[in-house]
Structure formats: structure tokens, C-alpha cells
Design a protein around this ligand. Sequence first.
Ligand code: ADP
Ligand code: NI
Length: 214
Amino acid sequence: MELINRTIELVKEKLEGTESGHDWFHIERVWKLSLKIQEKEGGDKLIIELAALLHDIADPKFHNGDETIASRIVNEFLTEQKVDSETIEKVIFIIENMSFKNRNEAPQNLPLELKIVQDADRLDAIGAIGIARTFNFGGYKNNLMYHPDIEPKLNQSKEEYKKSNGTTINHFYEKLLLLKDLLNTETAKEIAEHRHQFMLQFLDEFYKEWNVTF
Ligand code: ADP
Ligand code: NI
């Protein structure tokens, strides 16, 4: 479809040179995963595809904290492509409301299309790819992989988190291992089960190798 192809072109252009956690290939995986979930769960396919493709078009982290830049780019682009304003509004609503920060919003009030794209984005943060992205991010930030004095655990207090020094292994406990319980759709939960087990197995191996207790 022409609109989707033009959207892909825009995204590739805007994301050129971004770090590999949020590059075009992340978008492509989220797009394909969203379509896979949509096949089972339903929802408006066009809105899902557009939101998946455009969801990381302008991360405020890399735009001086500007929270509105993504919506402006999307609005301008879709208007130019003669997409109707109702569809544009729905796509922008998804992009503005799907991040991990908004996890406390009551899931039943969210549109199905948002739930699906959010699930796809979260699935890409776990499993083998999730592990790879996390170590990639940690390396980029020059963080320690792990520190043996810090016992990582789930549901850390602010103090404990500070003490963790932001090691990459700690990120599993502050985010990655929590994601499977934050998913919205049954289809995504099924996919997450295997990825979650794989991360647990990875951590187990990691500690065994670190401590030479294999
Ligand atoms: P998202 O795209 O889900 O909003 P982020 O921008 O927070 O995620 O992060 C992009 C990638 O980097 C994800 O795979 C995430 O798990 C990872 N990441 C984020 N923060 C950290 C951290 N402190 N240490 C290691 N990896 C991180
Ligand atoms: Ni994303």
C-alpha cells in the first residue's frame, strides 16, 4: 500500500544514524509483531500499522526533552498524505500514550489498537532481542554489566535503585522481568512466556559463569 510505503520511507529517513535500540530494525520488528497480534486480536489494521511505524519517530530524549515534536511530525506528514483527521487523531493518541511511563493507566480504557502496538513494543524489549538491546544500551552508556556487591531484585526502592549504579543486569529487574505482566492481549502474553523464561535462563547462566559455580 502506497501510504505504508511512504511512511516507511519517512521513518527510515528520520531514524537514520540513531542508536541501534531505536533504529529502523526495531520499528520493523514492532510493525511485524503488531500485525501478527492483530491477526488474532483484531483492531483497525491501518491505525495499528501507522502507529507501529511512527511510534519512535522523535524520542524527546534526543530532542531536548521536547514532548510534542513526534505529534507535530506525524500530524504534518499524515495531513500531507491526505489521511482523514479522525485516523490521524487516533494514531497520535497511541503514540502519545504507549510508553512504559504510562503503565498505571487503566488498560480497559485504552483502544485495542494502542494495546496491540504497546504489546509489540514491549515484546521487543524482552527475550533474546531484549537482552541484546539492553547490553547494547549499557555499552553505549558505558555502564557496568554487573556488580557482584549488588543483589538485584524486583520492585526495588529508590535507594536500592540508586545503589544499583544502573548496571545492565539491574535493568532486567527494574524493567525487563516486569514486562510480561504488563501486557494487554492474550496473544502477546503467550509470545512473552517463552521470552521471559529465556531471560530467566540467561540470568541463571550469567550468575553461574560469573561465580564459576557451573
Ligand atoms: P522504549 O523503546 O521501550 O521506550 P527505552 O528508550 O527506555 O525503551 O530503551 C530502549 C532500549 O534500551 C530497551 O531495550 C531498554 O530495555 C534498554 N534500556 C533502557 N534503559 C536501560 C538501562 N538503564 N540499562 C540498560 N538498558 C536500558
Ligand atoms: Ni519502540
